[in-house]
Design a protein around this ligand. Structure first.
Ligand code: EPZ
Length: 417
């Protein structure tokens, strides 16, 4: 299993480009199942989670052509409207094919994703939303079986709590349902808006994406199109924090500053100098940070996917900070590993209390999930001496060649096979 070896103490400088968004690519690929015509998606990041051949989309019988980040999907014949356990167990976002498959073919059989390191992550809200559109759903032997042989019908969906992929799943179902669907308490994440933009290019009729009320007027069929997905805001945020923690001077380019607005506000409060210019952000942080509290929230609040990386920065800040996680019930797995590096962190339920230290120490640590591994990389970039990060397959799931990008801006990092 690959691991990273990192020698700390080298400020990052120069320019690093951001790739396409992993969390936008996944629903975009699933949306291709809604038409029998070819759809071309651009900026698909070469992150492991998106290795197309494994994707549930391929399993359905859709033809996929991946040319170095430009992916053409043609879902002419969907012989297998299903996402089997072997596919879902490696990639829980496979549940995103549930809505498109039942809307397009009248049936879908999808393995239930099960829990992961950061929480139980049920899909009950996806299921009840699709039932509101007339799907008959049974759960048996670890599978969700959805049937709507006469097609779906528009309806009123009100999510009990905001769910990103739940909103995306029901949005993809509603575009082919008869009549109007209203989705209330919808997720406002940029990935939802990007999906709505793609569906609209395919001929869907959607209003209100990006707000908490989305209205969809169903259509008979959708057609092919071309679409470039949005930049990865979590990758952009990770690089901003990498520059700050190393007290560097970095230009993060090909990104959308607005999508990381909440992070930028907190980083400025902590003392970082941040200049936004079109699709680039320059960050300079000559001094150690001032401790600043954060609470994770749904967009446009502070992203839970940046919580771990932010915590790494706070471990060397001046003062005590409180990091509160409101989205997932078990997203502090990085804290004990940061503590092994000399950080001073106490966990009390959904809150971490961090007393900033002068210096972290290089050592061996283990990554537990995607964003936790990014947090350990950031800590190792400033730790005294060398660190070894094990199980970096976690970081490969969501970042495209992160060690190459970091090395290009001055990090002493290498992948050891
Ligand atoms: C998406 O996950 C992202 N994944 C996650 O990114 C991200 O952390 C999360 O949204 C929150 O922003 C993708 O887009 C592929 P949710 P998702 O449904 O949609 C509970 C990363 O690091 N819930 O918004 O699965 C759920 O357990 C990943 O890139 C239910 O109870 O998250 C959680 O506590 C990690 N029932 C909360 O809602 C449901 O049916 C929000 O989850 C659905 C969700």
């Amino acid at each position: 299993m690959d691991k990273f070896k990192i020698s700390g103490g080298h400020p990052l400088s120069g320019e690093v480009p951001v790739s396409g968004s992993k969390n936008s690519a996944l629903p975009a690929l699933a949306a291709c199942l809604l038409t029998d015509e070819p759809v071309t998606l651009k900026r698909i990041p070469q992150a492991r989670e998106l290795q197309t051949r494994e994707m549930p989309v391929a399993h359905t019988g859709a033809k996929i052509l991946d040319r170095n980040g430009t992916v053409e999907v043609e879902a002419r014949d969907l012989e297998r409207p299903e996402a089997p356990y072997d596919v879902v167990k490696t990639m829980r976002a496979s549940s995103l094919v549930l809505g498109p498959l039942v809307a397009r073919t009248g049936r879908a059989r999808v393995s239930m994703p099960g829990g992961c390191a950061i929480g139980a992550r049920p899909i009950n809200l996806h299921v009840s939303a699709l039932e509101h559109l007339g799907a008959e759903i049974q759960q048996s032997h670890g599978y969700v079986e959805a049937v709507a042989l006469d097609g779906l019908r528009g309806g009123e969906v009100h999510f009990d709590r905001i769910t990103v992929t739940g909103t995306e799943d029901v949005l993809m179902a509603a575009v082919l349902a008869r009549g109007e669907t209203v989705i209330r308490n919808a997720a406002r994440e940029p990935e939802v808006t990007d999906l709505a933009d793609l569906l609209t290019k395919m001929g869907a009729r959607i209003e209100g994406a990006g707000t908490s009320i989305i209205r969809v007027e169903g259509v008979e069929r959708l057609h092919g199109t071309e679409h470039a997905i949005i930049p990865d805001r979590i990758e952009a945020g990770t690089f901003l924090l990498a520059a700050a923690i190393t007290r560097g001077d970095l230009m993060v380019s090909d990104c959308n500053p607005e999508h990381v607005g909440a992070l930028i506000m907190k980083m400025r409060q902590a003392g970082a100098e941040i200049n936004e210019d079109g699709d680039s952000i320059r960050v300079r942080c000559p001094n150690s940070a001032k401790a600043v509290d954060v609470t994770t929230e749904e967009y446009p609040g502070f992203a839970t996917d940046l919580q771990a990386q932010y915590m790494a920065w706070m471990t060397v800040a001046r003062g005590i900070s409180f990091v509160t996680e409101t989205i997932f019930e078990n997203r502090f797995m990085h804290a004990p590993e940061l503590t092994r590096m000399g950080a001073n962190i106490r966990i009390e339920g959904r809150q971490a209390i961090i007393a900033g230290e002068e210096q972290l120490m290089g050592t061996q640590v283990i990554a537990s999930d995607l964003r936790a591994s990014a947090s350990l990389v950031l800590a190792a970039l400033i730790a005294k001496g060398e660190s070894t990060i094990h199980r970096v397959y976690h970081i490969d799931r969501g970042y495209e060649q992160i060690e190459r990008k970091l090395a290009q801006v001055g990090a002493k990092i290498e992948r050891v096979q």
